[in-house]
Design a protein around this ligand. Sequence first.
Ligand code: NAP
Length: 253
Amino acid sequence: MSERGDMAGQVAIVTGGGTGIGRACSLAFAAAGAHVAVNYSRSQAEAEGTAQECRAAGGGEAVAIRADVASAAEIDRLVAETVERWGRIDTLVNNAGTTVFAPYDDLDAMTEEAWDRLLAINLKAPFFASRAVAPHMKRGGHGSIVNVASIAGLRPVGSSVAYCASKAAVLSLTQSLATALGPEIRVNAVAPGFIETRWHAGRAMNADAARERTPLQRNGTPEDVAEVVLFLATSATFVTGEIVVIDGGRFLQ
Ligand code: NAP
């Protein structure tokens, strides 16, 4: 983990930053001294709680900002509010995500409406958020974008066909944007394995099965992911277009 002070005076936006992996990223940036925009769409209490924790943890400010990232207009407003408040953007974490849990052979479970919602949040949002922050990062001379993908984007191990496809597309998006946005902006992705968050609420069997298949014999924590996100955002200055798998070795099996 980088030492506190690495991001002093810098500004980070974390979509879905109030819960789970996003919360851990918000706290890691705050501990490094950044101002943090903690985005949420429904989880207001969690986002405000995380913003409060950020203020307590770091030297920077933090605020919870409601915006449904399925809408490009709302993303633009989220970015505009952040710039209005702090005047710059150094880091964007495209973490907000959703899924439909459906057996792969139940094609009827994947309705057109479910596909549209899932792609809007998991795939379109990282593009439109990157588009919105890019001019501000370029104006500042540097920036880092980290997309939270999944090992489901590399192999069919996720919650549904559409979820896997959306995360695979995010990996492609990461490479395309890395090509498009250099030299000022680096764009990388993390591909977490099974991370214990509310995402898996009510599915204890899945947690046990994932742990058994993992060489490191445990499931991940949000902090395991945030540590790598912080590294990509602040330290890995010659790394762009890369995917870092964070799964305790589960992908090897
Ligand atoms: P989580 O706590 O449920 O996080 C999902 C976050 O996305 C929530 O903060 C949620 O906020 C936000 N979100 C969803 N729709 C949104 C929208 N339309 N606009 C704004 N925010 C929205 O679960 P998590 O495990 O931390 O998941 C975070 C990311 O990690 C997701 O992209 C997920 O695909 C990825 N991931 C998770 C795992 C895992 O095992 N947990 C593994 C690989 C990848 P609201 O409640 O306010 O909508």
